[in-house]
Design a protein around this ligand. Structure first.
Ligand code: NAP
Length: 315
């Protein structure tokens, strides 16, 4: 467990029970969506992205949207030019040199595929100074591995984003390495403010977050697809069914987040006794959707842990 484990928000608290049908459900106070403050950051902070893929783009777009950093102070590096266009459209400068990028940046996001992290860090390690904060988004690459590949005392943060960062609705969890200061974490949090929900936690939670939210995005897509296919089976045209299914997922998600209510409470509010929803829910429970979803998060988390162990063993 990381030494930072103590500074995180407490778990939801049980309040009084409420009754729905013959089920007694405990109302749980889940934390309301964090009110987005507009934190102070230095607009002249120089940000670099090693890797010009989807994740770098989503995070860069969120940083620019927040207005915290000027696009002119962001740079992206990649071996080829093929992904540069969309960054350049945002006013971000590009280079094929990781060395140039690191020398001209204060905060460096490492956003290459996990199997390339070792080579990239070997290339840039000698250039890292006290002013740098290195933020790795590579799945499965532990803080221990990052700290071994970078100079002693380097400020390193492991960040796990998810794909909806691209539309500024990501769920991001980060853990600080042993030399990253709380102020480095706060700086990162303020930079990523417009990428979505940003939380700090012990590194042990990163793999769980990968199962819950990184992979969880795909689980929700599968559910949306299945919703639509149910409607198609009942005779609705495919494109309309998928459009309505995605809007249903979006609307349910926003209501869940913004109301601060526990999902069981919102679910009970939709269930008229003897009505359509309770019939459908019964069918879902008979199909084992709850157990299957819990097992999906469990197996994705275990896979993330396994990949991390394999990557550490490749030293
Ligand atoms: N996508 C997700 O949902 C997600 C979620 C959580 C974490 N992540 C993590 O985010 C990281 C990036 O994922 P992604 O989906 O954005 O990948 P991606 O779209 O495949 O992009 C990878 C980028 O890395 C560049 N690259 C390759 N070798 C390089 C090198 N030696 N130096 C500099 N850049 C190099 C590639 O260059 P070219 O443009 O020349 O090909 C490309 O721009 C991964 O480690 C992944 O684990 C992704």
């Amino acid at each position: 467990m990381s030494r930072h484990a103590s500074c995180f928000s407490s778990s939801p608290s049980l309040k009084h029970p409420f009754v729905t049908g013959n089920l007694k459900i405990f109302e749980i106070n889940v934390p309301r969506k964090q009110i987005k403050m507009e934190p102070e950051t230095n607009p002249h902070q120089r940000i670099g992205f090693i890797g010009a893929g989807n994740m770098a783009f989503g995070i860069a777009k969120g940083i620019i949207t927040g207005g915290n950093v000027l696009p002119a102070n962001i740079k992206v590096s990649a071996p080829s030019n093929r992904n540069f266009g969309r960054f350049q459209e945002l006013g971000i400068s590009v280079t094929n040199s990781n060395v140039e990028l690191v020398c001209g940046s204060d905060i460096v996001f490492v956003a290459v595929k996990p199997h390339l992290v070792r080579n990239v860090l070997n290339e840039i390690s000698v250039l890292i100074t006290d002013r740098h904060i290195i933020v790795s988004v590579a799945a499965g690459i532990t803080l221990e591995t990052l700290e071994e590949l970078l100079p002693e005392n380097a400020s390193i943060i492991r960040l796990m984003p998810n794909l909806p960062c691209i539309v500024q609705e990501g769920a991001l969890l980060f853990s600080r390495g042993s030399c990253a200061k709380p102020s480095d974490g706060e700086l990162l949090r303020s930079l990523l403010h417009h990428c979505g929900l940003v939380e700090e936690g012990p590194e042990a939670w990163i793999d769980i977050h990968t199962g819950l939210s990184g992979s969880g995005v795909a689980f929700v897509y599968l559910f949306s697809e299945a919703l639509a296919e149910g409607a198609i089976k009942m005779g609705m045209p495919s494109s309309l069914a998928h459009t309505i299914a995605s809007q249903t997922v979006l609307g349910a998600g926003r209501l869940l987040r913004d109301s601060g209510k526990h999902p069981a409470q919102l679910r009970s509010e939709v269930c008229t006794p003897g009505g359509t929803t309770i019939y459908g829910l019964h069918t879902l429970e008979q199909g084992g959707v709850r157990a299957a979803t819990m097992s999906a998060v469990e197996s994705a988390t275990e896979r993330a842990r396994r990949l991390g162990q394999m990557s550490a063993a490749r030293k």
